[in-house]
Write a protein that binds this ligand. Structure first.
Ligand code: 5GP
Length: 179
């Protein structure tokens, strides 16, 4: 299945599952090496990162905890810039080592908002792990330590990411075809 149609848009496969998993493997190894002994709390940002979180956590072998938060700021295929609330964070993160697990950092505004919110709750340290970064779009200065892949500034779906709610279930990543 090299191309897919979702509503009005056509998408072509751009990152096959095996390439994704190779990079997820590498990121997990880096985390295992760096955060050993810190009992990190992974905070997975739903919905988009559910598949990345599952594959990453299967490869993280150090003692750790996982929880899930929601923070929606994106509609259609253009970042709205409107930032919504963080919901679902019930854990006490005081003095904890936190790893935010995101699907994609685009402008970085979502991540910045999340860092600000978590920062007020006195964590020991906050690390960022993201499946994807679009470096051309980044508007804020972020220290993103764990990145599976850098991609061009094109709209993508699959492997957890959606177009209008659809496409999250594909195991590969697809890029929109402009025609
Ligand atoms: P930012 O605040 O960094 O601009 O946007 C981050 C959020 O926008 C991501 O968590 C994701 O939900 C969404 N996003 C950014 N780029 C894409 C993309 O190419 N495809 C999809 N499906 N979502 C994207």
């Amino acid at each position: 299945m090299n191309t897919i149609q979702i509503k009005d848009k056509r998408f072509a496969i751009s990152i096959p599952e095996k390439d994704i998993l190779r990079e997820v493997d590498r990121v997990a190894s880096e985390i295992n090496r760096d955060l050993e002994g810190k009992n990190p709390l992974f905070l997975s940002v739903l919905n988009g990162s559910f598949m990345f979180t599952a594959d990453l956590m299967k490869r993280v072998t150090i003692p750790c905890e996982i929880s899930f938060v929601k923070l929606a700021s994106y509609q259609g295929i253009a970042s709205t810039g409107t930032i919504k609330e963080v919901i679902g964070l019930n854990e006490d993160i005081t003095d904890r080592t936190i790893v935010i697990v995101e699907d994609i950092v685009d402008t970085g505004l979502t991540m910045q908002r999340l860092l600000e919110t978590l920062g007020t709750r006195n964590p020991r340290e906050i690390h960022i792990a993201t499946l994807l970064v679009k470096p051309e779009k980044l508007q804020v200065d972020l220290d993103i330590e764990y990145v599976a892949m850098h991609i061009p500034n094109d709209f993508i779906v699959g492997y957890g990411l959606d177009y209008d709610g659809l496409g999250r279930n594909y195991r590969d990543i697809y890029t929109v075809v402009n025609d």
